[in-house]
Design a protein around this ligand. Structure first.
Ligand code: GUN
Length: 297
């Protein structure tokens, strides 16, 4: 068997066409959706994510407002910037690129973002709304993963899903989205404390790897015909590559191809979907802003 490759770039392009049209229609009415991006420090991966997000904004009719702070910036300086963005009417969505330097309390900074502008879906208010199945901004990577699974025609109702990784950004929210009635999977979350990881993985009809460990999932850990979603983006040394490294997922891709029913490549799988969901949330935030203005006009 050779797995069907889930082309995240293609799916993302389809969705971005809809987002672009929505942004254009808002712009016609005098409202250009704006994303405020804050980057602290010079982490190379963060720099490249931020520039990809800004490029995507420009290509789809959104305006991005980038502010960079040095790695030595204080928590107070960062909080002041978040507050400035909270009050700026041309910014509808705010993204503080993570991780932050160790001396800054990430939780405090995230909690300072106005929930109505929290297009990452990271604030405690939005996380609570997500868990309660209330209208909210969903975190971009988990929302992108669910969208990829659905659009690939994978059966989720009653499926066994195993999520490998319990981060606040991916693993935990994904657990919540997969268990929703609209997806209806039975979910197991594995993490560094899990005994017999392979046994759990082999039970999975849908296996999502989001542990951040290159090649953690080998072919013998995959149930034949399973849908394998690889969220990992790990830099591994490669003297033959232009930058001296290449990107590798959490899954042994070559090995998995022969066993899985569906698989996402790295790069070109989940990555483009994350940015697409961010654009969608930002346009939605702008539309809600406009609706509120209308309500008070
Ligand atoms: N760092 C890694 N992924 C993300 C993300 O989705 N949002 C933010 N803000 N930072 C990240």
């Amino acid at each position: 068997m050779s797995a069907r490759i889930i082309d995240g770039k293609k799916v993302a392009e389809e969705i971005r066409a809809e987002i672009k049209a929505r942004a254009a229609s808002l712009a016609k009415e005098g409202l250009v959706p704006g994303l405020g991006v804050i980057l602290v420090g010079e982490d190379p991966a963060s720099l490249s994510y931020v520039s990809a997000k800004e490029k995507a904004c420009a290509e789809n009719g959104l305006k991005s407002f980038e502010r960079r702070l040095p790695a030595s910036a204080t928590e107070a300086e960062l909080l002041a910037l978040v507050s400035e963005f909270n009050h700026d009417p041309s910014i509808h969505g705010i993204l503080v690129q993570l991780p932050l330097p160790k001396h800054i309390d990430e939780r405090k900074v995230i909690a300072a973002i106005t929930p109505e502008k929290d297009v990452d879906g990271f604030t405690p208010i939005n996380v609570g709304r997500m868990v309660l199945d209330e209208p909210c901004f969903l975190p971009c990577t988990p929302a992108g993963v669910v969208e990829l699974i659905k659009r690939s025609g994978v059966k989720t109702d009653g499926a066994r899903a195993v999520v490998v990784g319990r981060s606040n950004i991916v693993g935990k929210p994904l657990m919540n989205l997969l268990v929703r009635r609209s997806v209806n999977a039975t979910v197991t979350v594995c993490h560094t404390g899990t005994k017999d990881l392979a046994v759990h993985c082999r039970e999975a009809d849908i296996l999502v790897a989001c542990a951040g460990k290159a090649g953690l999932i080998s072919a013998d850990m995959i149930k034949p015909g399973a849908c394998v979603i690889d969220v990992g983006v790990n830099r591994v040394e490669d003297p033959g590559a232009k930058n001296g490294y290449r990107l590798k997922g959490d899954v042994d891709y070559e090995g998995a191809l022969a066993v899985a029913g569906w698989i996402t490549p790295v790069p070109g799988g989940v990555g483009p979907m994350t940015i697409t969901m961010l654009l969608a949330n930002t346009v939605e935030a702008a539309a809600r802003h406009k609706a509120m203005q209308g309500a008070f006009a």
